[in-house]
Design a protein around this ligand. Sequence first.
Ligand code: ADP
Ligand code: MG
Ligand code: ZN
Length: 478
Amino acid sequence: MKFETIIGLEVHAQMLTNTKIFCGCSSLFGAEPNTQTCQVCTGMPGVLPVLNKKALEYAIMTGLAMGCTISSHSRFARKNYFYPDLPKGYQISQYELPICEQGHIEISVDGEVRKIGITRIHMEEDAGKNIHEGTGKYSLVDLNRTGVPLMEIVSEPDMRSPKEAAEYMKKLRAILRYLDVCDGNMEQGSLRCDANVSVRPAGQKALGIRTEVKNINSFKFVEKAIDYERKRQIDVIKTGGQVQQETRLWNSAKAVTESMRSKEEAHDYRYFPEPDLGPIMVGREWIEEIRTRLPELPDAKRERFVSAYGLPEQDADILIGDRPVAAWFERSVAAGGQPKAVSNWMMVELMRLLNEENRSIETCLLRPEQLAGMLTLIDNGTISGKIAKKVFAEMYKTGKDAEAIVKDKGLVQISDQSAIEKAVEDVIAHNPNEVERFRAGEEKLIGFFVGQVMKKTKGKANPTIVNELLKKKLIDVI
Ligand code: ADP
Ligand code: MG
Ligand code: ZN
């Protein structure tokens, strides 16, 4: 029997506002515990929340970017539950009337474009943080995060494979970062994802019973956790069992999902409209004004990178994944870099070096104009492609111009015929065995000779001239 996997994601995104959603406390990450709190966000009696307009604006921006309908009339609701990191005993969230509904995101997997529905986007407040490690008999509570504005973005059960889910997360993150409404950092928890997963026999219409997998805190784990979970469910069904509706946790150390609570143990949140906050009325003019301020979004940028710069789709896809990367590319091209060459150097050398250091392109010493400068040196024959790699690494390390590095290190390409000829003759004279084998028909030895000449000239000889001269000399003597 063949099975189809069905996935719907619930994503929480911390908004990049300066202050919290219902009070004026700073929402900056990383402060001393409990230094960013007040009566409102610690849930003291008798205080009233006031909605942060910026948080509302960010939610609307996100909704517009995902093609949602923005509700002219929405409201907050209380979600009641007890937990030590939730001082009020309830979370202010949205329930029956969210701010955004019915949008979609396009993803492309293996060359196929798929439209993934967005059911809703709603605003809510974050909870505090319990700290259990290194505290002995006690647990500690840090309320700095309490009241930090979140968006919850809920998708339709439209994804069909772990890879699609990962692509969806990547696109979602890219859009949030383009809009500058969330930093998208999964490791630090500013972007979190719960995956709802079910399987059904191929051809069946009705959806299977789903489980919800929590605690997925990296892109790699989105794919792994869902893949594990779908295989587990298929196994259960194939061995005659039934999938239980439950919440499971992804255990990244063991690479498995583990049961956390069953349907019977599920919370009853006793939602009701939040009496301390009035309805949210959003006028059409404001929505349209926000729309005019939306930046160019990833899909539009990809199309432009293909049509305006003639890049292959795959290049464009990678470059537009992150807004600063795309901006870096455009600056380098604006400085005279040939688009495909800039793209190649970025995707191969630059990304590798950045990954090695786990550094973001924004803090990179190498400037896009400097890459364009190096490309000019390759084009006019000053340096070879091989030497360029060295120059590039040095530029990356020091932030110096290519020209200065080439001068300082004496890396100028040798195109002088007689200098190369001397090296070629030396190599031929010192390797009589190889010469004989080459002449006996072992043509692939040409690579060996080129290598020797390059070694002799410290990689600086112009490879085209080396090849020409070698062939001429090796055959000449016959
Ligand atoms: P809850 O709020 O209890 O988690 P929702 O009905 O809001 O429930 O659904 C949450 C998520 O689960 C949505 O992203 C939805 O697409 C997804 N989902 C619903 N049914 C299924 C299913 N059978 N298989 C996979 N995902 C599902
Ligand atoms: Mg859920
Ligand atoms: Zn506060």
